[in-house]
Design a binder for this molecule. Structure first.
Ligand code: GTP
Length: 327
């Protein structure tokens, strides 16, 4: 039986100030925290035993997900006092796994429509020690790229470069044989991407790439987070295609407009004449009359005064604004 580890302990610095009080994987995308989308994806692939590898703001996850029983998942929490990096976090979380078979590992900031069950089958049929989900992007300059040989074996891990030799990049979802995790040093800060993978390849381990071009997005920046939410509202990961999403207990005045893939959390009130366009509005927000919220992120519990205009911005509960950087 495959188990999973979700890496959710990073500081999310590129998403500051959105991540000041909420860890990146708990930010809402189309009404659900990113981690919840990932739990649902793991469940669809038949995985029901999961360890969340937490560190930064670890206390935020437990009240929401509890023991996972609401999702039919046995969920445990590995807490790093000091962040151990992506590799150290995997090694640390593996101590809470029940079994000795394959382990699926996800970066906690990725939305992906690839078929994880297929990736696991590919891993098994190739007798791989590690299988990485790889995706193809048009411009790979911002990513480390992963070349393959004709059999699909990973031949190298290359850092970002001006002229990438391939557009196939690491998509942040791995299947590991359990014993390969013991190759990562214990209680040590180490990066899986920059240190462990290159070492495994150099040592001739059987590392394969599972190339799949389904919907994929790293939500690590404010514009990507907003894009991801709009995409999911528009049905990018299946389900119904909608103009907007509204959580439970929302009220939208008849002449207000919630459009362009906007997502409202629970108990949001949108008053007369207001427009919410392409935005994420968290729980318990009130959007005053004739306000406009465009391509913006509104923190939980915020009151937006009537006739405000908020464009490309983050708005905190105390009403302070900051402009979101375009990238
Ligand atoms: P930035 O600071 O904006 O780069 O974001 P980040 O801190 O989340 O780093 P990055 O995007 O590289 O992390 C990829 C995934 O690994 C994310 O889901 C992080 O939550 C997770 N992650 C990164 N570092 C750690 C760590 O030290 N411990 C744990 N448990 N998870 C981590």
């Amino acid at each position: 039986m495959t188990e999973a580890i979700l890496l959710v302990g990073g500081m999310g610095t590129r998403l500051m100030p959105l991540t000041r009080n909420t860890p990146k994987p708990m930010l809402p995308v189309a009404g659900l925290p990113v981690t919840e989308h990932q739990l649902l994806m793991a469940k669809r692939a038949g995985i029901t035993s999961i360890v969340l590898a937490t560190s930064y703001l670890s206390e935020i996850f437990i009240p929401y997900f509890g023991d996972g029983s609401r999702w039919g998942i046995d969920l445990r929490y590995a807490v790093e006092e000091q962040p151990l990096g992506t590799g150290g976090a995997i090694r640390n979380a593996a101590e809470l796994l029940h079994g000795d078979s394959t382990v699926a590992i996800f970066n906690g900031d990725v939305l992906t429509g690839h078929d994880l069950a297929k990736q696991i089958d590919f891993h098994t049929s190739h007798r791989a020690e590690v299988t990485l989900h790889l995706t193809r992007v048009t411009d790979a300059r911002a990513y480390g790229c992963v070349p393959l040989d004709a059999d699909g074996r990973v031949t190298d891990f290359l850092e970002k470069m001006e002229n990438p030799i391939t557009n196939t990049i690491n998509a942040g979802c791995y299947v590991f044989e359990r014993e390969v995790i013991d190759f990562i040093p214990a209680r040590t800060v180490v990066s899986i991407e920059r240190e462990i993978f290159p070492k495994l390849v150099a040592e001739g381990k059987n590392i394969f790439g599972f190339v799949d071009d389904s919907y994929w997005l790293d939500i690590g920046t404010p514009s990507a987070l907003l894009q991801g939410s709009r995409d999911l509202v528009a049905g990018a990961l299946g389900g119904q295609k909608s103009e907007f999403f509204a959580g439970r207990g929302c009220s939208i005045a008849p002449d207000a407009k919630v459009i362009a893939g906007s997502s409202l959390g629970a108990h949001v009130k949108v008053e007369n004449g207001a427009i919410v366009q392409g935005s994420i509005v968290c729980d318990d927000v009130k959007v005053g009359q004739r306000s406009e919220i465009i391509n913006s992120f509104i923190a939980p519990g915020t009151f937006i005064a009537p006739e405000s205009k908020i464009v490309d911005s983050y708005c905190a509960k105390d009403g302070t604004f900051s402009l979101l950087t375009p990238k």
